[in-house]
Design a binder for this molecule. Structure first.
Ligand SMILES: [Zn+2]
Length: 265
């Protein structure tokens, strides 16, 4: 069994064939899928998906690209959804994303970075108070992500860096904060040398597998729509890189996911 710890089945890419797609996912041996919300609206949709499909669970929160939709009231509503839904297994995705910032407008960059920071810190507080794992999105913001986590997490909750894209050196820093690392289809790309090196130094009990469906499809389907059944390609590549069996990777990452996302049981 494999657990896909990060997907977006509420995306329009699945509007035509979601039922058959999730059926295929189940047949491929993917036991559970965790759908990640990006704002309040997708939080509501994620709950609907979790209620409709027995293999779908969810994490709820506000993605840094949607940080402008953050308010303590909206986050309070998301917190309520989580507390009332047994299949809401964590908080996210949230974090920092500097990739899309308008680099030609320095004032706007500062404003958006400040908003993302507040949004991120409030999600960390929620994760600490609900004792549920935080799913962190970090794109082109490794150092700030690390600093904010360092200043704000207690280390009591096991959190997740989704779609890890940092260096092997940073794996150590994040692992010290009790973080796990979820690895996606990028691992199968020919030029993913840095990620392969990072995977080699990740503590084994902290490695997870994800798709980020419908994005980041692994080879040999790169460029097509991603779905959780393709985690097998990521798992196979991971087995090659770590020089272990495919079965070992499935078992390891499943055990890790069940531990980190305790509500999956
Ligand atoms: Zn995502």
């Amino acid at each position: 069994m494999i657990i896909d710890v990060h997907a977006h089945y509420d995306d329009n890419a699945f509007s035509e064939d979601l039922n058959s797609c999730l059926e295929r996912v189940k047949e491929a041996g993917i036991g559970y899928v965790i759908n990640a919300a990006v704002d309040y609206e997708t939080s509501v949709k994620s709950i609907e998906l979790a209620k409709k499909f027995d293999n779908v669970y969810c994490v709820l929160g506000i993605h840094p690209e949607y940080a402008e939709t953050y308010s303590s009231e909206v986050l309070g509503k998301i917190s309520n959804l989580i507390e009332n839904e047994p299949k809401a297994v964590g908080i996210g995705e949230t974090g920092l994303d500097y990739y899309w910032l308008p680099k030609d407008k320095p004032d706007e960059v500062l404003r958006l970075k400040a908003l993302q920071k507040v949004n991120f810190i409030e999600h960390i507080r929620m994760s600490e108070s609900l004792r549920l794992p935080l799913v962190v999105h970090d794109r082109d913001a490794h150092q700030d992500t690390l600093n904010i986590l360092k200043d704000n997490v207690s280390g009591q909750v096991e959190n997740v860096l989704h779609c890890y894209s940092g260096s092997a050196e940073m794996v150590r820093d994040f692992a010290e904060l009790n973080m796990s690392f979820s690895v996606g289809g990028v691992l199968t790309f020919k030029n993913a040398v840095k990620l392969a090196e990072a995977v080699k130094v990740m503590p084994r009990e902290r490695i997870l597998i994800e798709t980020d469906s419908p994005y980041l499809t692994p080879v040999p389907y790169r460029g097509k729509r991603n779905d959780s059944s393709y985690t097998v390609y990521t798992a196979r590549r991971m087995a090659e890189i770590l020089d272990v069996s495919y079965e070992y990777i499935c078992e390891l990452t499943t055990d890790n996911a069940l531990r980190v996302f305790g509500k999956l049981h």
